[in-house]
Design a protein around this ligand. Structure first.
Ligand SMILES: [Zn+2]
Length: 276
């Protein structure tokens, strides 16, 4: 298996889509190999034997290459299910954000990281950017020299991220999106879907999308809609019905944020929400 580099210029980053049981419309979780000799990997979906064999042969003795580490953007199973297999076969060390170390079982991390840490490979580093929201310890990894941001589930190649409270938090999510604008990001390598070559536009689009959803939720509440399912039916007209159950989580996450901000209150007896 010969993996193609991200581009001619960025010939040391290799996107590897791995078929994994994940949320529709996606069928793959992307792993990324970074580096040429002392290399690293970001996220591990459901790697099969053939894939792991290819990985092992890439790092076989005599190649002067080795897989030093495998870091996880967050604890969700579709991003870590292949971790133990890869660790066992390559001897890499596994890292995750300190706050999620106890959530990644059966994986047991060899190291943890925090916002601002630098994870070395070859003669470069990946910067850790803590981006809570999709999960509380979610991290993006930034290759500053090339402006490449590995975003896990914070930003996807297509569609939007699902925010499931209470570990998912819409207020933190929106703040984490805005934070990314302060980094010189050019290219997004997402956890699912294709590489995004116009990163800033994508980040802006994500921010605007959330603000629009929030506005729509408030408008619907003012018009008398109360229950989360009914809000989804009224607002998510651009999304197939089969995804409405997932959308309920994100609307609920918006409601939690709006309640915290004093703009909305929850009715007693499970009757939904109303404007405050
Ligand atoms: Zn996730």
């Amino acid at each position: 298996m010969d993996w193609m580099p991200l581009s001619e210029q960025i010939d040391f980053v290799f996107p590897i889509p791995v078929p994994t049981r994940t949320l529709p419309p996606h069928r793959d979780t992307n792993s990324y190999l970074v580096g040429v000799r002392e290399t690293g990997m970001i996220d591990a979906g459901l790697w099969d034997e053939k894939g792991v064999d290819a990985l092992v042969s890439r790092f076989a003795k005599g190649t002067k290459r080795r897989l030093d580490w495998l870091i996880l953007t967050h604890w969700h199973p579709d991003h870590l299910v292949g971790t133990d297999k890869i660790k066992e076969r390559t001897g890499c060390r596994v890292g995750v954000h300190a706050s999620e170390a106890d959530k990644v079982a059966p994986v047991s991390p060899d190291f943890t990281f925090q916002h601002g840490d630098e994870i070395p490979f070859d003669d470069r580093v990946l910067e850790v950017i803590h981006t809570p929201g999709h999960s509380s310890g979610h991290c993006c990894f930034f290759l500053r020299s090339e402006g490449v941001l590995f975003t896990g589930d914070h930003i996807l190649g297509t569609g939007t991220s699902i925010i499931v409270p209470p570990d998912g938090d819409m207020e933190l999510y929106m703040a984490s999106l805005a934070d990314l604008l302060s980094y010189p990001v050019k290219i997004i390598c997402p956890g699912h879907g294709p590489v995004v070559w116009s990163a800033r536009e994508k980040i802006q689009e994500y921010i605007e999308h959330r603000l629009e959803r929030e506005k729509a939720i408030l408008a619907c509440l003012r018009s008398g809609i109360r229950r989360t399912e009914d809000l989804v039916a009224a607002i998510y007209t651009d999304v197939p019905k089969s995804l409405h159950a997932m959308a309920c989580f994100s609307v609920e996450a918006h409601l939690v944020k709006l309640i915290r901000e004093g703009k909305v209150r929850r009715l007693e007896g499970g009757g939904g929400c109303e404007p405050a």
